[in-house]
Design a protein around this ligand. Structure first.
Ligand SMILES: *Cc1c(COP(=O)(O)O)cnc(C)c1O
Length: 395
């Protein structure tokens, strides 16, 4: 499809229609190209493709039509020049960081982050001589104070997993740009349906597409978006030679998921807000960017269309948290998020168990913290389930 036409589409249209390449059969749904290789009519054709002088597929570690459809759709939704899909969210984060840093560089990262993102910053990067500094990402002044002459990358997620810290995207991206620093934003909790960091100055947006994009808990997937030049010159040499590629089948599943992303993200956000309002007077501490009690509620509402399906609350102790989880009848105990099913987990013993107690305390992952992904069920059933479970824990 002509880019001039697709770029005029509004976001919900892009999510349904973007990147649809029809074969000669004119199929309505995207075709699934389960192929690792390609054949050519003559030797010169393949020579030209390998030389970069002709377009066309050569090998599925380099290009695949189904994966390319997904990449085009995500890039359009994000307002990015280009996108490349990866096998998982962590493959995407690893590629987005490692493709652009070298020994002697410095990375500033948000302290409040997904456990494996913290592992990259705390353990992997230092092993290759890359210095890292953690900041409290919701305190603007800490970003500026952390900058050194060799700072190359700012890396953060917002809202953050699982403490729901909200970063001022425009402020942090402006600051980075003024110092020649590249920003990498993990947008998994919101997706382009609710928050578009590139419109606020982000250079690179990286995804776990496993979460809201698939939206039905089926496949692992990831994506990295950036300018066409950055993707081609910085990410692609890394990705093509290290091979964290997404399988065409998983790309096809995520394409189907994106068709309903806008609907799901808004309905799940509305359900999460209603459930949050019910819970707030009942529990000791609420962490929900959609509620006025969140320290950055106004900022969150400025930079997001809705607060998203995920929030957290604190019930004082691991014992009470486990009592509530074990009493649930409808909501599943599960550490996944973004699913159409409501899922709840105890981050300190699951997603953030590996980082150790001290790091958990520093980033606010307390022993009584519960994180919930609110799904598409009738919110009254969810309220009844939590009401009963809270009662069993004495709330
Ligand atoms: C889940 C998650 C990831 C990792 O994604 P996978 O697809 O599980 O590899 C990264 N960042 C955030 C914020 C996440 O929630």
């Amino acid at each position: 499809m002509d880019r001039a036409i697709t770029r005029k589409w509004r976001p919900a249209t892009r999510a349904v229609r973007g990147g649809t390449w029809r074969s000669e059969h004119g199929e309505t749904s995207e075709a699934l190209f389960l192929t690792s290789g390609y054949t050519y009519d003559d030797a010169q054709t393949v020579a030209d493709r390998f030389a970069g002088e002709a377009s066309g597929m050569t090998y599925s570690r380099l290009q695949n039509p189904t994966v390319a459809m997904l990449e085009e759709r995500i890039a359009l939704m994000e307002g990015a020049g280009a996108c490349r899909a990866q096998a998982s969210g962590m493959a995407a984060m690893t590629a987005a960081l490692l493709c652009q840093v070298s020994a002697g560089d410095h990375v500033v990262a948000a302290r409040a982050a997904f456990g494996s993102c913290r592992w990259l910053v705390d353990h992997l990067l230092p092993r290759f001589g890359i210095e890292t500094t953690l900041v409290d990402s919701a305190i603007d002044a800490q970003w500026e104070a952390a900058i050194r002459p060799n700072t190359r990358v700012f890396f953060f997620e917002t809202p953050a997993n699982p403490t729901l810290d909200v970063v001022d995207i425009a402020f942090v991206c402006d600051l980075a740009r003024a110092h020649g620093i590249t920003t990498v934003v993990d947008n998994a909790f919101a997706t382009a349906a609710l928050q578009r960091p590139m419109e606020m100055g982000a250079d690179v947006v990286a995804y776990s597409a496993t979460k809201l994009m698939d939206g039905q808990g089926r496949v692992l997937a990831g994506a990295v978006c950036g300018s066409e030049q950055w993707i081609n010159e910085v990410l692609l040499p890394f990705q093509r030679n290290t091979g964290p590629n997404l399988s065409p089948f998983n790309a096809w599943v995520v394409l189907k998921g994106l068709e309903t992303l806008d609907l799901r993200a808004r309905k799940q956000s509305a359900n999460a807000l209603e459930l949050g309002r019910f819970l707030e007077p009942r529990v000791p501490r609420m962490l929900h960017p959609g509620l006025p009690s969140h320290p950055r509620h106004e900022l969150a509402m400025r930079q997001m269309d809705a607060a998203g399906p995920i929030f957290a609350f604190d019930v004082e102790s691991r014992e009470k948290a486990f009592t509530i989880l074990d009493a649930l009848e409808l909501i599943d105990i599960s550490n996944n998020i973004g699913d159409a099913r409501s899922l709840m987990c105890h981050p300190a013993s699951t997603t953030h168990a590996n980082m150790g107690a001290e790091a958990r305390t520093e980033m606010g992952v307390t022993e009584g913290l519960l994180r919930i992904n609110v799904g598409l069920e009738d919110v009254h059933d969810l309220i009844e389930d939590l009401d009963r479970a809270l009662g069993k824990a004495g709330f």
